[in-house]
Design a protein around this ligand. Structure first.
Ligand SMILES: NC(=O)c1ccc[n+]([C@@H]2O[C@H](COP(=O)([O-])OP(=O)(O)OC[C@H]3O[C@@H](n4cnc5c(N)ncnc54)[C@H](OP(=O)(O)O)[C@@H]3O)[C@@H](O)[C@H]2O)c1
Length: 181
């Protein structure tokens, strides 16, 4: 029997990340739920896992390079190299509704630190493992309406491998995506 695919989902303790983790588990992928607060990650895992055992919660702060390294090392050692990475962790500040003139530099920095550089930190650790396996998919959850032309109801899932938009997921969206592995 082929080994299960392993996925890391960042910011998986709530919201869209938790739903992505749930759907990946249903698709029989082994899911690593990364959360800043491990207790919240474990709570989320308990909520979505039912009778399944193909998931584990780990502590992860994408703003902290050492935390990212530690997580990837632990995952590789305990479960094997990941072949799916979902860069979901993000701050979603009020700035999304605000005008440029109302948005502080500190808020821009915080947003880029997590939403952009957090994904960069994750890719830096995970991509070499994927390259070694010659197997990997990276899904970057977009923010600030990259593909939505200002319509916040739509949230794109874009594939880091082929760069195509692969779906749209949001509680408020008309056409919620189903994850296909
Ligand atoms: N919902 C929408 O309509 C919408 C629209 C556009 C874009 N997005 C994007 O979609 C993604 C998920 O959105 P959501 O609505 O599910 O957001 P959410 O409910 O606010 O959840 C965000 C998740 O990211 C985690 N997180 C934040 N900073 C982190 C860090 N430094 N390290 C690790 N985890 C971190 C949060 O952890 P804590 O619980 O510890 O805070 C939480 O688990 C975000 O990237 C957001 O920008 C959402």
């Amino acid at each position: 029997m082929a080994a299960k695919k392993i996925a890391i989902v960042t910011g998986a303790n709530r919201g869209i990340g938790r739903e992505i983790a749930r759907q990946l588990m249903q698709a029989d992928v082994f899911v690593v739920l990364g959360s800043r607060d491990l207790g919240k990650g474990e709570e989320a895992l308990a909520q979505i896992q039912g009778s399944r055992s193909n998931a584990a919660a780990y502590s992860l702060d994408v703003n902290d390079t050492r935390s990212v390294r530690r997580l990837v090392e632990k995952v590789e050692k305990a479960h094997g190299a990941p072949s799916i990475l979902v860069n979901n962790a993000g701050v979603y500040p009020e700035a999304t509704e605000a005008k440029v003139v109302d948005t502080s530099t500190a808020m821009w920095r915080e947003t880029f630190e997590t939403n952009l550089f957090g994904a960069v930190r994750m890719c830096r650790e995970v991509v070499p493992l994927m390259q070694r396996r010659r197997d990997g998919r990276i899904v970057n959850i977009s923010w600030t309406g990259q593909t939505s032309r200002g319509n916040w109801k739509r949230l794109a899932l874009s594939c880091g491998h082929c760069r195509k938009m692969i779906g749209c997921i949001s509680g408020r969206c008309d056409s919620p995506a189903k994850i296909v592995v």
